[in-house]
Design a protein around this ligand. Sequence first.
Ligand code: SAM
Length: 277
Amino acid sequence: MSDTVADALRRTAERLEAAGCESPRLDAELLVARVLGMSRAGLYGESRLALSDEELAELEQLMSRREDREPLAYVLGEWGFRRLTLTVDPRVLVPRPETEIVVGRSLALIAGLEEPRVLDVGTGSGAIALAIADEHPGARVTGIDVSGDALDVARANARRAGLSVALLRADLFEGLPDGPWDLVVANPPYVAPDEIDGLEAEVREWEPRTALVGEGATETIASSALGVLREGGALVLETASGEARRIAELLRSLGYVDIGVTRDLAGHERVVEGRRP
Ligand SMILES: C[S@@+](CC[C@H](N)C(=O)[O-])C[C@H]1O[C@@H](n2cnc3c(N)ncnc32)[C@H](O)[C@@H]1O
């Protein structure tokens, strides 16, 4: 096995490319940086540094997990989301960049409120709930999830971030917790069962099925939220690519006002919002 940073990067990237990983060089950099306990940027001045046998053995272990197409976030055990670093493992969905936009819209909609009451439905790792609590001090945030495993991860993330949010086990199909909430936000499971086979291995084989597939979840949240939002309270939903217009129409037909759609970084319409009149 090679023993300099440059060699390790090249070999790792080659193996990850052969395994079908989408961004092998970036993944290689993050894995080598992890083993060396440095930042990715820090690697650049160290290309001739020799890796010890222990470091090479650890790299081999991480690399082979990634070769099995385990998501990079699970291999690293943590992932950045807005200002937070969250612990992630196969009990929870890996937080996505488009969900950062959901948080951005949520923060905009509660901006004028000192102590807004916020409900995050399907909190998973706690990403949305914790980012809102972090970026709107004063917000009183509750996250619910049907998965006890996910809630354990969310609790660990709350402790890690030093943030206080209420985390409750609840099934969205059995009704939402009583409000009145100033904001209900959700990144619900929105993959259709017949779409699963077409997804990349990282998602299909590793991420929790409950986090991906949940037929009718978006529609149920949209109609139930009307019963627990205060008048003028806002709903923010992440949607599948290509679904935002349909969900915006649904909100309109349910009686929501001030309906808006926001694009993700790739330019796709992904976030839908509305207000209870
Ligand atoms: C797409 S993930 C979103 C996770 C996290 N909010 C995020 O944005 O990264 C959907 C979450 O909804 C939860 N969920 C699925 N069905 C549910 C249900 N019936 N009631 C409550 N939560 C549910 C899953 O366990 C999962 O954590």
